[in-house]
Design a protein around this ligand. Structure first.
Ligand code: NAD
Ligand code: ZN
Ligand code: ZN
Length: 344
């Protein structure tokens, strides 16, 4: 058997090479990958080689949003069998540290997360993964929907953290993959008015298609528009899915008194001019999230049940053999690509 993989060999250059066949422990399974989502972080490593302190050492395999078919199971594995269709949580936490033991395994400092240096991602044919972080998907769910469980879990975590409820107004800034899955999650949790800001028309069109009121923030001030739409009250929950000074600022301004702001975006390491005065005078609660925990079953059930159509955010599909072009297109054609996926 061979294990073809796409390696990032230098900035914006990829090469198909043979990767070693994965080795499986007694609690692991081997999975033949069927679909991988192209994530903003993959594109960042592809063109910049680093995110914060995570620095790529070439050659490096990208890809962490994945689904596939189990081909082998370790001797202790009781929950999965060869042939099962699955999607995988890309992070393997240590399960020994305080964060892991208190249920915040997404904050484990020793987590091994696919495509986060020094750990390779899964743009290859076969991977091994702990059965505990491998989840069965039903037959009515596509592998691409399985791969998109990963970003959807972020949107669900953002809405849970913001306490999004039936009948609420939610404002989301940033309509990339993360903003759009947050919009899908907010709708599923019952928000009845969702306002989404971005500067790219294709993404705003998608937000409209998914039931939100789009606002091009180059032309219209988001907070002002939210006030107009809510009779001067403001949004119950504002979720920043971009992470820049103006986007955080507009979330603070768009929130209602005693409202909630959730920071998901990490566009800049530091946001300058954080408006503590608006935050104080409205007694806002500002929270943040990092990835997700315990949300794969929720996301899978919501997709399988038809409550969340996560596949609707996909704008570009590529074959595995066309991975090099997929990365070039997703990087260069930012105006048109909303979400790319690689289907095997
Ligand atoms: N907290 C977490 O766990 C977590 C997880 C995944 C991604 N992220 C972060 O979330 C952010 C969104 O991820 P993504 O994959 O959707 O990225 P993306 O780059 O595809 O989307 C960001 C969107 O924000 C828009 N934007 C930028 N500046 C803006 C402005 N001033 N006004 C309005 N819109 C603006 C961009 O046009 C873009 O559409 C990124 O910063 C990413 O690093 C955080
Ligand atoms: Zn991702
Ligand atoms: Zn840990």
């Amino acid at each position: 058997m061979s294990n073809k993989a796409f390696y990032l060999t230098k900035l914006e250059e990829m090469e198909a090479r043979e990767a070693p066949m994965p080795v499986m422990g007694p609690d692991d399974v081997i999975i033949r990958i069927q679909s991988v989502g192209v994530c903003g972080s993959d594109l960042h490593y592809y063109s910049k080689g680093a995110i914060g302190n995570f620095i790529v050492k070439f050659p490096f395999i990208l890809g962490h949003e994945a689904a596939g078919i189990v081909t082998e199971t370790g001797k202790n594995v009781k929950t999965l069998k060869p042939g099962d269709r699955v999607c995988m949580e890309p992070g393997i936490p240590c399960m020994k540290c305080e964060e892991c033991l208190t249920g915040h395994y997404n904050l484990c400092k020793d987590v091994k997360f696919w495509a986060t240096p020094p750990y390779d991602g899964v743009l290859c044919e076969y991977v091994s993964h702990p059965a505990a972080f491998t989840f069965k998907i039903p037959d009515n769910m596509s592998f691409t929907e399985g791969a998109l469980v990963e970003p959807l879990a972020i949107g669900l975590h953002a809405c849970n953290t913001g306490g999004v409820k039936l009948g609420q107004t939610v404002a989301i800034v940033g309509a990339g993959c993360i903003g759009l899955v947050t919009l899908l999650a907010a709708r599923a949790y019952g928000a009845t008015q969702i306002i989404v800001g971005d500067v790219l028309d294709k993404r705003l069109d998608k937000a409209r298609e998914l039931g939100a009121i789009p606002v091009n923030t180059r032309e219209t001030d988001l907070a002002q528009k939210v006030m107009e739409l809510t009779g001067g009250r403001g949004a119950d929950v504002c979720i920043d899915c971009a992470g820049f000074t103006p986007t955080v600022d507009s979330c603070l301004s768009a929130a209602r008194p005693a409202g909630m702001v959730v920071i998901v975006g990490m566009g800049e390491d530091r946001v300058n001019g954080f408006n503590t005065s608006i935050m104080s005078t409205k007694e806002l609660t500002v929270k943040s999230i990092f990835r997700y925990r315990n949300l794969y079953p929720t996301a899978i059930n919501a997709i399988a049940d038809g409550r969340i159509d996560v596949g609707s955010i996909v704008s570009h599909r590529f074959t595995f053999g066309d991975t090099i072009n997929a990365f070039a297109t997703c990087t260069k054609d930012i105006r048109n690509v909303v979400k790319g996926v690689i289907e095997y």
